[in-house]
Design a protein around this ligand. Structure first.
Ligand SMILES: Cc1cc2nc3c(=O)[nH]c(=O)nc-3n(C[C@H](O)[C@H](O)[C@H](O)COP(=O)(O)OP(=O)(O)OC[C@H]3O[C@@H](n4cnc5c(N)ncnc54)[C@H](O)[C@@H]3O)c2cc1C
Length: 350
């Protein structure tokens, strides 16, 4: 909850300020790593403030986690990692990456097709990869928003990785991914909601000062209604995110993955709409860098996709189920949702 509030306040200031309050993806290494890994990552990321990245997406497969083709070939005491990741954030800045990959035996790789279709049946694993490892190459590109750090590709050319760098057991990658990203999505959602809240407040101040004939811009009914709707949506999404964080805090590892994905989808959409209205109500200035609106719009646009609302496509609609109240539903744990969350969910499901 405290970190969520810090993220919200960071977003009010600048979406790029989010790293200041977070150990980022290093949390996975600290939580699931062997003691030696957890301690090393804690020292570098939590104590020394270095950045940790996550490398899940691959050029041919981002949303579809089963389609990942980066392999760690098991050679007994060590693994040999090969494949390409991207686009991923922090390729230049991170001290290390949590890499999602498939652990396979050498004989499996020799016998299979090169297109990697067989890898869909291999469960996902996760490991901590220090960037100083031999055989890691980087390549960067320029993103739309979120320019506080780099975005690009990571190439692994038979990188030798000690088995102690595995996070959890081989095959536990999906559980680690879902648990970590549920919280992460709420944090990113709150960064966007903080930015949207600041945009609405700044827009209201400007609109009150700006006169249109004899009244202020803020009192023009269509303006008041658009700003009011945007504020209501942003506040509803903020309340939903905090209520999910509260549940995570109470339940520990029992995370409602689908609800966190849905909350992020609602939050980023509502934030984008709010900042877009704010940008327009700033007139021509809104389209320049004299106000923070255009940066906020780019940053929120950039936050919609990364490890966020596209992954729900696998987590969000996993099995046929009915969102009707009172009907059994896999991702709506009985007795644990309230009417507010349900009505929010139903409105976005529609
Ligand atoms: C700024 C930025 C930072 C990023 N940082 C990281 C990072 O640090 N680490 C990392 O691993 N990845 C990162 N990503 C990658 C991000 O996770 C992927 O872009 C995302 O998962 C989508 O994958 P993709 O790009 O392959 O698109 P695709 O999976 O090809 O999807 C293309 C479009 O189709 C839609 N789509 C896909 N499947 C479905 C479906 N089943 N139903 C409906 N629609 C669907 C998607 O929503 C998307 O709009 C980042 C992306 C961006 C933009």
């Amino acid at each position: 909850m405290a970190q969520g509030l810090a993220m919200f306040l960071a977003g009010r200031r600048d979406c790029d300020a989010r790293e200041i309050f977070s150990s980022g993806h290093g949390a996975m290494a600290v939580r699931y790593g062997r003691p030696v890994v957890a301690r090393a990552v804690h020292d570098r990321v939590v104590a020394a403030g270095e950045l940790a990245g996550v490398a899940s997406s691959e050029p041919h497969s981002g949303s579809d986690l089963r389609g990942l083709r980066t392999v760690a070939v098991d050679h007994g005491d060590h693994l040999l990692l090969s494949g390409t990741k991207g686009l991923v954030s922090r390729v230049d800045e991170a001290t290390g990456f949590v890499v999602f990959c498939k652990v396979v035996k050498p004989e499996q790789t020799a016998a299979q097709d090169a297109d990697g279709a067989w890898l869909r049946e291999v469960p996902l694993s996760a490991l901590w990869l220090p960037m100083a490892s031999a055989g890691v190459l980087t390549e960067t590109t320029v993103p739309l928003g979120l320019r506080g750090w780099s975005l690009g590709h990571l190439h692994f050319d038979n990188v030798r990785v000690g088995k102690e760098l595995l996070l959890g057991m081989p095959g536990e990658g999906r559980r680690i991914f879902d648990t970590h990203f549920s919280g992460w999505r709420l944090m990113m959602a709150l960064v966007c909601l903080g930015a949207a809240t600041a945009a609405i407040e700044e827009t209201l101040i400007r609109a009150r000062r700006r006169s249109v004939g004899r009244i202020s811009l803020a009192n023009v009914p269509s303006v008041a209604s658009r700003l009011g709707t945007a504020a209501a949506e942003v506040q509803a999404a903020t309340a939903w995110c905090f209520s999910l964080l509260e549940r995570i805090e109470q339940d520990g590892c029992e995370v409602d993955v689908a609800a966190c994905s849905a909350a992020k989808a609602l939050a980023t959409d509502a934030s984008y709409r709010a900042v877009d209205i704010g940008l327009q109500l700033h007139g021509s200035e809104g389209y320049t860098r004299r106000t923070p609106m255009e940066k906020r719009l780019r940053d929120i646009r950039g936050s919609v996709s990364p490890t966020g609302r596209t992954t729900p496509s696998t987590a969000f609609w996993p099995t046929p189920c009915s969102p009707m109240p009172g009907r059994p539903c896999r991702w709506w744990p009985s007795g644990r949702h309230d009417a507010f969350q349900e009505s929010l969910f139903l409105s976005i499901a529609r």
